[in-house]
Design a binder for this molecule. Structure first.
Ligand code: ZN
Length: 240
């Protein structure tokens, strides 16, 4: 089965469409949360995910947008975008977000937004945090988002090694436990503004990251026209 793995779409419809086109053909779409927040098209993104039959989990921005998580720890721009989103999403978008679990599994994969032990909040950004989370897994593979950085942590005996995937360079599951972050579709933070997504072939174990150019200026213009914070508009151009 060919699976498109998407995370942190953040209401960025042109980025989502570009990544879906680049990863096609696929048999399933798994999304890792933060479907909404920051970006200008939350309803359109949820509609598109419904069209492709995406399954997955909620992120902290999704939970905040439906009033199930406080924004006290969000920075000012993130909070403003959550409030903008909460006021505008349709009842059907709200219902779709409310139905997303914190954690789910598909075959030999656990899907969470943050981490297995703290699904909505914890960032897995170091080998030590990855190692602490491996014991909370009952599947061999775990797919996470939240950091917006494409990265792999792989158990190697007592060690956990960190692998930075490169665009188009294959990575293969070899039986060792892996925590894999596909990067962000709608707001990359690794200095590369191109949208990011992953295709997994579950039969062969092959994984490929794809970086995809999308019309950033079009999204920025839409964000400005609806009054989203300027810093959020600007960061899309430099991938941070
Ligand atoms: Zn996010």
């Amino acid at each position: 089965m060919r699976v498109a793995v998407l995370s942190d779409i953040h209401a960025n419809l042109p980025a989502l469409n570009a990544v879906l086109e680049a990863l096609a053909p696929f048999d399933a779409v798994w999304q890792l949360g933060d479907v909404v927040g920051y970006g200008p098209q939350p309803d359109e993104v949820v509609t598109r995910l419904r069209e492709v039959g995406a399954t997955g989990v909620r992120g902290n921005h999704d939970a905040a947008a439906i009033g199930e998580l406080s924004t006290d720890t969000f920075n000012d721009e993130a909070r403003a975008a959550v409030e903008w989103t909460a006021e505008r999403i349709s009842p059907s978008t709200r219902a779709w977000l409310e139905a997303l679990p914190d954690r789910t599994s598909e075959a030999d994969f656990t899907l969470v937004h943050g981490s297995p032990r703290d699904p909505v909040w914890e960032y897995i950004a170091s080998p030590s945090v990855a190692r602490a989370n491996l014991v909370h897994l009952d599947t061999r593979h775990c797919l996470v988002g939240h950091t917006h950085i494409p990265l792999v942590f792989r158990r190697d005996g007592e060690r956990v090694e960190t692998i930075t995937p490169l665009d188009g360079e294959p990575f293969v599951f070899d039986g060792r436990s892996v925590i894999l972050n596909p990067g962000s579709v709608g707001q990359p933070r690794d200095g590369d503004p191109r949208a990011c997504g992953v295709l997994i072939d579950t039969a062969s174990g092959e994984v490929a990251w794809h970086r995809v150019v999308y019309p950033v200026a079009e999204v920025q213009a839409l964000m400005e026209s609806v009054g989203l914070p300027q810093r959020l508009v600007e960061r899309l151009a430099y991938g941070w």
